[in-house]
Design a binder for this molecule. Sequence first.
Ligand code: CDV
Length: 311
Amino acid sequence: MRVLRVGGAQMGPIQKADSRQAVVARMVKLLDQAKAQQCDLVVFPELALTTFFPRWYMPDQAEVDTWFEREMPNAATRPLFDKAAAYNIGMSFGYAELTPDGHHFNTSILVDRSGKIVGKYRKIHLPGHVEFDRKRTFQHLEKRYFEPGDLGFPVWRAMGGILGMCICNDRRWPETYRVMGLQGVELITLGYNTPAVNSQRDSEGPEQRLFHNRLSLQSGAYQNSTWVVAVAKCGTEDGHPMIAGSLIVNPDGEIVAEAKSEDDELIVADCDLDATIFGKETIFDFKRHRRIEHYGRITAQAGIVLPPEAT
Ligand code: CDV
């Protein structure tokens, strides 16, 4: 058995006016709970340090840049790194990254038990739109504020296993899990900010969004025989509700821990990384069963190519 006790540190809403310092204090409290429950690894949400700012249209780039971090750790997050290292707990969390050469990414990092950053992932599947869209009931401007990630879907040998990361919308795409699955991933961490309603169709509310969340995470875990730890930032931010429903899913696709609230809440599960072996050696033994000669379209085209019309 290779058991990692993992804490999913769901976070309730962060309002526009909340400081990074106040948010980090909440994250440290969640770390305190994780320490009390003897967690080895704590997973925080996407863009964990601020409100979900892509819902706001900002024509002024200087204002946009105030939501980004120019270095990590920095003065605001140093207490989080120090506390995690003092507790000997690894962690992952998301933030908006502004690189020294001016690139903007929606980023997640993996930090080992000593407080060292050992992995970085930049969100690849950016949802939303670039320009203000008056037809939507609210904006989702990730395509305006971020560039698509440029690091692929790497995995890292860390915490005694093989770990990978993805971010929010990535969880809906089977390619995300499979690219990591092909590198033997044993545990995937991800954070999300998912509005409770669809700004483009009234009929899609929180129940359906929670269903799609579970469906994507459970199938991704099962089909790649990996643990998946998915953690929400949720509740109502500046009048905008987001789903909760943080989950830990085992390599059989079963939910082993699920958040009950829409607030700061730690969910915990013992994740035996050896539980990934059975699926990887049997029904999802990729080497024996995959038929890559028939998968060319997956990387050769992005959109749908319809068959010719019948004549
Ligand atoms: N932050 C996100 O990526 N949110 C998307 C919403 C826009 C659907 C998601 O996939 O949850």
